[in-house]
Design a protein around this ligand. Structure first.
Ligand SMILES: NC(=O)C1=CN([C@@H]2O[C@H](COP(=O)(O)OP(=O)(O)OC[C@H]3O[C@@H](n4cnc5c(N)ncnc54)[C@H](O)[C@@H]3O)[C@@H](O)[C@H]2O)[C@@H](O)CC1
Ligand SMILES: [K+]
Length: 507
């Protein structure tokens, strides 16, 4: 973001002009939020340019008839640069923090600190923010709620709870990553004329613009063998449901064929629950190796309900085994590892990395936070940092795509590309929903979708399907909502082809 700012200034727009535009965007948002007359805004201005934006907004609101009181942390703040100029242009009194009474105001503007904050609020700033949190007054945050780290969403100590956040140029990761996401209220991204961002952004909001171009719509003249064949490995008798959920997900999202590889003891229970999904007896790694000698089986999904231990480790090794049997035109087999397939490598991520690096096919792993922490328990450097950092480091370490689940799911690839999801559905916090997600992504890999795009698309469609169903959702419902989600996607695909859209960069 600072880079975009520098480019804009280099291209002829000075910093003070940008600050005027930013302050105007904030003032406009306040007017939309509180239309009417006799409005009173209290504006908290910090020592940097965030505070400068606050002074500009304060002046514009005063010109528009608002009563405005401005408060700074220290009398000398802000003392340099554009922010000092904005302060000098403010025509009213400047108060200290002790005069700040949030409950007397109709609205508070939080212009204390911007997205570059790297340490927790302390002292006067902390006390001021705590007083604001204790009041019930609506808050408009400038750029990001003060106390939230814009690049990670992390909060050390207190952070402002905004009703609305106005940011500039593009959103920041901290607007979407938790806990920052919880603090920002509604988000408005204002175009203040910042320079163009990199043509290949590293961090993107996960929406259709990231992956729609790569979505594997079936060909008009296609047949099921062309759409690929997914193998889902089932657990034993008492643990078969998870694999069936994944298998149904893979079939719904368009895999041409799906076969459940089931141990003998679970065959009859699996058979009793399957119709379009096929069934094959597979008792352990040797049987799986024999099944996979058929090179048409081009994706394996394993982990859900599989059990933790040496057998699962061997099954993963078989699925990732190097291949010499590929004929011309055949693509290598992709692999989706989730749940027990990851927990079986707890504290031994190096072994999993060696297996992944030996395969020529695409690999996606889909851990939740607990599985991620167990897998990398011997790699403390990977466990440090924001969710975005951790996902990127894990992807680079393993050499595969990592999808780290949560309401702010992150998908990262080894080259550093990453997406953040825009809030899942709270109804997805239900048993088996992750198994369906494995199936969705596996089904897309089966159809040849590149791994990063497949993971992002699977996650997005999973959320859309859950939102379509709404309250009362259980995992079985998710694949059944996919047709409606795909119809929406198809309509959007047509619109995108006509209009052309760019991914939403998060800088
Ligand atoms: N393109 C851009 O980036 C633009 C940015 N603008 C504004 O500029 C802001 C960024 O300005 P700055 O870089 O000056 O950042 P801030 O306004 O957040 O201020 C940084 C100052 O606060 C101090 N500080 C940081 N963390 C602290 C803590 N925990 N406790 C006490 N003091 C702390 C720092 O030492 C520094 O002096 C943005 O948030 C935005 O509001 C706009 O004016 C227009 C364009
Ligand atoms: K702020």
């Amino acid at each position: 973001m600072a880079e975009a700012d520098r480019r804009t200034i280099a291209a002829g727009t000075d910093g003070y002009t940008l600050m005027q535009r930013a302050g105007r965007a904030v003032a406009d948002a306040c007017e939309v939020m509180l239309p009417g007359a006799s409005r009173f805004a209290a504006v908290l201005c910090g020592p940097g340019n965030n505070g400068g934006d606050g002074f500009v907004a304060a002046r514009l609101l005063k010109e528009r008839g608002w009563s405005v009181s401005v408060h700074v942390l220290e009398p000398r703040d802000p003392s340099t640069g554009d922010a000092a100029r904005a302060k000098a242009d403010w025509p009213g009194d400047i108060h200290g923090p002790d005069d700040f009474d949030p409950s007397a105001a109709d609205l508070v503007i939080d212009a204390l600190f911007g997205a570059g904050l790297k340490r927790g609020l302390s002292g006067q700033a902390e006390r001021l923010v705590q007083r604001l949190k204790d009041a019930d007054t609506p808050v408009v945050a400038v750029d990001i709620p003060s106390g939230v780290d814009g690049s990670s969403g992390m909060v050390t100590g207190v952070a402002v709870d905004a009703t609305l956040t106005v940011t500039f140029g593009c959103a920041k990761p901290g607007h979407y990553l938790y806990p920052g996401r919880r603090h920002r209220g509604r988000l408005v991204v204002s175009d203040i004329g910042l320079g163009p961002l990199e043509p290949h952004p590293a961090t993107m909001l996960n929406d259709t613009t990231v992956w729609l171009q790569a979505f594997p719509w079936p060909d008009q003249d296609g047949h099921k063998y062309k759409r690929g064949h997914t193998i889902v490995v089932s657990g034993s008798l008492a643990h078969t449901g998870a694999a069936r959920l994944a298998a149904r997900g893979a079939l719904r999202i368009g895999a041409g064929l799906v076969t459940l590889a089931s141990p003998k003891d679970a065959l009859s229970v699996n058979a009793a629950h399957l119709t379009a999904v096929m069934l094959r007896e597979v008792n352990g790694p040797d049987d799986l190796a024999e099944l996979l000698s058929d090179s048409r089986l081009n994706c394996v999904v394993m982990g859900p309900g599989l059990g933790v231990g040496a057998v699962t480790r061997s099954l993963v090794a078989v699925a990732l085994a190097p291949r010499s049997d590929l004929r011309d035109g055949q693509s290598p087999r992709a692999c989706l590892l989730d749940a027990d397939a990851l927990t079986s490598f707890s504290g031994d991520a190096g072994r999993l990395r060696d297996l992944i690096r030996s395969t020529s096919g695409a690999v996606v792993i889909t851990p939740h936070d607990g599985e991620f922490a167990r897998l990398f328990s011997n790699e403390p450097a990977i466990l440090a940092g924001s969710k975005l950092d951790r996902s990127r480091k894990a992807a680079q370490f393993l050499g595969c795509v990592v999808l780290l689940k949560g309401p702010d799911t992150v998908v990262a690839d080894p080259k550093g590309r990453a997406t953040i999801s825009d809030g899942g559905s709270p109804w997805l916090a239900t048993a088996g929903s992750g198994d369906v997600l494995s199936g969705f992504i596996g089904g897309l890999l089966t159809q040849g979708m590149p791994a990063f795009e497949a993971a992002a698309a699977g996650d997005h469609l999973h959320t859309i399907a859950a939102k379509i169903f709404g309250p009362g959702l259980i995992a079985e419902d998710i694949p059944e909502q996919l047709p409606a989600a795909l119809r929406m996607l198809q309509a959007e695909g047509g619109a995108a082809e006509r209009g052309g859209t760019q991914p939403l960069t998060l800088a």
